[in-house]
Write a protein that binds this ligand. Structure first.
Ligand code: AKG
Ligand code: FE2
Length: 389
């Protein structure tokens, strides 16, 4: 925890521009964008286009193009869409995204993956059967494999030991390459110095599938009030603790709506996660209530799923090495809507507590008022109205 005991707010990790939701404003009256996307249209792929916006954004926006433009050349469509996007994205942000794309491209075209099978989703090789079954069935069957030791913290067996081994060895191989080539890589976030961003060396597509097909079904059920039904981008990384690595992790909230944290191994002691209740921006440093305290011991292969705003930290890893896979899942829709709201009592523990307090106060004030009225003779009109009801 920082010296003043406050919660660290993590700086935005490399932002993904999302899937283009909301970029549907008419620009030229002659060539207006559609209000609703043409879901039947199969957009072009823009993967090879080296521009300041994500290729996915172009593909999504293409569905909103005026019908007359759909059969135009890809270059013409790019030019038109880029003009629109430039109007909505500040220059600093565009440059940052552009530089980050170049950085990733440089890594991906030089780094030779060790285990290619990790780079696309092979669900039956990655996940334990109980998890797969629960996802494939329905929301009722999640409940049988998931435990909830404190409200909003869900624990379940997720990854096969073999998958954990392969991922650990891929990360080791990547770090060896970084060391040999002296490539300067970005740290996973503002607080973890050790570890690597998996999205940056080619695992982005696989992690996107992990979020969409395996985390979204759970977060729709468990976290719908914080954007769990509209997750549309992620930041995926591993964190490493032990000797010559990070020791612990201070009290913080994640830059995520929903966080998946799975222990990959290896052997370690200590490193427990501690949770202290969910908070909105305004209440992030408010007191913890006794019922909000939970300590959790990591077990390899086992996952913890929680709201990004659930305040937490990790205690010192006192022996061995601990490596965890973290997937911060974000919802651009939720972030946009949040700007217009003040009351977060559907998920912030402190907003809830304050609301309850206000309600109790107003109930006792009403009771007092009624008692006072009881003592006075009731006016006729009031009495007859009352009797009619
Ligand atoms: O070390 C852990 O398990 C927690 C990591 C974490 O909270 C984070 O990276 O956001
Ligand atoms: Fe975290």
């Amino acid at each position: 925890m920082p010296v003043d005991g406050s919660v660290d707010r993590r700086r935005d990790a490399p932002a993904n521009l999302g899937n283009g939701n909301g970029v549907v404003l008419p620009i030229h009256s002659a060539r207006r964008l559609r209000l609703n996307p043409n879901t039947e249209h199969k957009p072009d792929s823009y993967d090879d286009v080296q521009l300041e916006f994500s290729p996915l954004l172009f593909s999504s926006l293409e569905r909103y193009l005026p019908p007359t433009m759909l059969n135009m050349s890809r270059d013409a469509k790019v030019q038109y869409m880029r003009e629109i996007l430039m109007k909505y994205s500040p220059e600093g942000e565009r440059n940052r995204v552009h530089r980050h794309r170049e950085y990733k491209q440089k890594i991906i075209s030089n780094y030779q993956p060790l285990h290619r099978e990790l780079y696309s989703m092979h669900a039956t090789n990655f996940f334990v059967p109980s998890f797969l079954r629960a996802i494939n069935d329905n929301s009722e069957s999640f409940r049988s494999v998931v435990s909830e030791p404190a409200p909003g913290i869900f624990i379940f067996e997720m990854l096969q030991p073999r998958f954990c081994e392969l991922l650990l060895s891929e990360v080791e191989n990547f770090e060896k390459w970084v060391c040999q080539t002296k490539f300067r890589i970005m740290q996973p976030n503002t607080m973890n110095k050790y570890g690597a961003v998996l999205d940056d060396f080619g695992l982005e597509t696989m992690l996107d599938k992990l979020m969409n097909d395996f985390i979204c079904p759970l977060s729709k059920v468990f976290f719908s009030e914080v954007g769990g039904s509209t997750l549309d981008s992620h930041h995926g990384f591993v964190v490493e603790y032990g000797i010559n690595r990070d020791i612990d992790l201070g009290f913080h909230v994640d830059d995520a709506e929903v966080t998946l944290n799975v222990c990959l191994g290896k052997q370690f002691s200590g490193g427990e996660l501690f949770f202290r209740g969910v908070r909105c921006d305004r209440h992030v440093n408010s007191e913890t209530q006794p019922e909000e305290i939970l300590d959790y011991c990591h077990v390899p292969g086992r996952a913890v799923l929680h709201r990004g705003r659930h305040r937490h930290g990790a205690r010192a890893t006192t022996g061995g090495n601990r490596i965890n896979l973290i997937l911060w899942c974000r919802s651009s829709v939720f972030r946009e809507l949040k700007k217009y709201q003040k009351d977060f009592s559907s998920w912030c523990g402190e907003c809830q507590r304050k609301k309850k307090e206000r309600l109790e106060l107003s109930v006792s004030a009403t009771k007092l008022e009624l008692l006072k009225r009881d003592e006075e003779p009731l006016p006729k009109l009031f009495l007859s109205n009352f009797l009619e009801i």
